[in-house]
Design a protein around this ligand. Structure first.
Ligand SMILES: CC(C)(COP(=O)(O)OP(=O)(O)OC[C@H]1O[C@@H](n2cnc3c(N)ncnc32)[C@H](O)[C@@H]1OP(=O)(O)O)[C@@H](O)C(=O)NCCC(=O)NCCS
Length: 178
């Protein structure tokens, strides 16, 4: 899979991505906003394992975000099951050296439109920690709507925190907004 977007791409992982993926992922500031299953420290073996998992999945659900074809982060979905199979959680991260340039917003918009069709979804949602202002802003800029606050729903770094629930529906039209 390859989506060529303005200033970045979203594409399938390659084995050769491991070293650069690990370099961007091995950052406590990235880890602090993600689930604990995202390793920290993040080694090249972690990257190799993740790439093998992502490349072997059918359908593929996790992809590289790339600048000039070099991996700088990842974006993907966890499809819902059973009665929630029309819905999926979307997640993403970027290496800190790439933050603040609009890359995540463009990757999220492009991948959201792809995901609705590729996985036959009605709804995509995300549950950022409430203090993750950057991710909330990215979701809002991409057209996701705030649906609620999940009070004391997550513990990260030893601190119990609220998460915010953002969602977009098929037909809402993801696009970069001001
Ligand atoms: C969240 C993340 C993907 C954003 O990537 P990015 O490429 O920097 O995002 P963008 O540049 O597209 O947009 C970021 C927006 O947040 C804003 N922002 C960033 N930090 C902010 C803060 N502390 N307070 C307020 N706004 C903030 C930026 O100004 C920008 O908004 P603007 O365009 O209106 O100025 C990146 O910070 C990241 O990987 N963080 C760690 C992992 C993570 O949080 N993943 C998401 C889990 S839900």
């Amino acid at each position: 899979m390859q989506l060529d977007l303005e200033s970045c791409s979203v594409r399938s992982f390659r084995e050769s991505d491991a070293a650069e993926l690990a370099r961007h992922a091995n950052n406590r500031n990235v880890w602090m906003q993600l689930r604990d299953r995202f390793p920290h420290p993040y080694t090249i073996d972690d990257a190799r394992g993740f790439i093998a998992f992502a490349s072997g999945a059918d359908p593929e659900t996790a992809f590289a975000v790339a600048l000039d074809d070099r991996p700088v982060g990842s974006i993907g979905v966890v499809p819902g099951e059973d009665v929630e199979r029309c819905s999926a959680e979307i997640g993403y991260w970027l290496g800190e050296s790439c933050w603040g340039r609009g890359i995540a917003t463009r990757a999220l918009v492009g991948f959201t439109e792809y995901a609705f069709d590729a996985y036959e979804l009605e709804r995509l949602f995300a549950v950022p920690l409430a203090a993750n202002t950057a991710s909330c802003r990215v979701l809002e800029k991409a057209g996701y709507r705030l649906e609620g606050r999940m009070r004391r729903s997550a513990v990260k770094g030893g601190v119990v925190q609220d998460q915010l629930l953002y969602a977009i529906l098929r037909g809402d039209g993801a696009s970069v907004r001001a």
